[in-house]
Design a binder for this molecule. Sequence first.
Ligand code: DHK
Length: 145
Amino acid sequence: MAKRVLVLNGPNLNMLGTREPGIYGSETLKDVEALCRQTGERLGLEIDFRQSNHEGELVTWIQQALGTADAILINPAGYSHTSVAIPDALKAVGLPVAEVHISNIHQREAFRHHSFVSSVAFAVICGFGTGGYRLALEGLADKLK
Ligand code: DHK
C-alpha cells in the first residue's frame, strides 16, 4: 500500500509567486503542489496537500493525521517562529515530520533563526527554494521504507 504524506503549508504561502519573489521565487503554491504530486508518484507516496493561514486549522489537520497519514511534511511559515501549539500537535501524533523552509532562514532576520518545529522534526531543509519539498519527500520515502 502507498504510504501517505500530509503536506502542510502555513500562512502566506498561498501568496507564493507574487510574495517577495526575490526571497521565495516565482513559483506559485499550485506549482509546489504539482511538484509534490509528481515526486509522490515517482516515489509511490500518496500526497494530501493543504495550506492554511490559521494556526488552529493546521493543529486540527495535524491531529487528524493520526490514522490517515504515515508522515507529515510541514512548512509552518511564520508559525515556525511563534507557535507552541503546532509542535505540540506534531509531538502528540508522533508521526515522522520533515520541516521545510523555502528560504535559508539562518541568513535572514534573527527572529527567523529559531523554529519551534525543528525539535520535533527528524529533518529540516531550508534554502533550496521550492525544491526543498522534493528533497523532503525523498527523505520521507526513505524513512518510511
Ligand atoms: C516562509 C515564511 O512565510 C516565513 O515566515 C519563514 C518560510 C520562512 C520559508 O522560507 O518557506 O520565516
